[in-house]
Design a binder for this molecule. Structure first.
Ligand SMILES: [Zn+2]
Length: 152
């Protein structure tokens, strides 16, 4: 990132034009109001949510954009007692049943703390290998249909 020197406004324009969301995201977000836990950057996530017309609670890292390069501002670099990394688990809601939807490495620890997990790609392979129950999903339309069915 230290080699990125473009202005943030240019990056935001690019993100708004090129970043896609999985099918059904907008409808899912409006119906279920998910909290977004991302290992990405708030400054680049919020423009996409705005484009999609949804306002959600987002826990993500920040950017310090300087003329000589970008720097990451980690939201929380406290080590998680479970995995020893600065993971997403600490961003989970404290109360209530947690339904977790994820696909990647950074979702592993938080997914293990959830009551019901929908996973694909790397997260699905990890949970499979660990023998942890999850439900597969393809996109948010499929997820919306799955949530109409009871779990278990
Ligand atoms: Zn953790």
């Amino acid at each position: 990132m230290g080699t990125l020197t473009l202005p943030l406004a240019d990056a935001v324009t690019w993100v708004r034009e090129h970043v896609t969301v999985r099918a059904g995201f907008r409808e899912f977000a409006r119906e279920h109001r998910p909290v977004i836990l991302s290992s990405g950057f708030l400054e680049l996530i919020e423009p996409v949510l705005e484009r999609e017309g949804v306002e959600l609670e987002v826990h993500a890292n920040g950017l310090d954009v300087r003329p000589d390069g970008w720097r990451a501002v980690w939201r929380d670099d406290a080590q998680c007692p479970e995995c020893g990394e600065a993971c997403k688990r600490g961003g989970l809601p404290r109360n209530g049943r947690i339904l977790y939807v994820g696909d990647g490495y950074s979702d592993r620890c938080a997914a293990l703390a959830a009551d019901r997990v929908f996973a694909r790609d790397g997260l699905a392979r990890y949970l499979e290998a660990e023998g942890v129950a999850y439900e597969p999903f393809t996109d948010f339309n499929a997820l919306r249909r799955a949530l109409d069915r009871p779990s278990g």
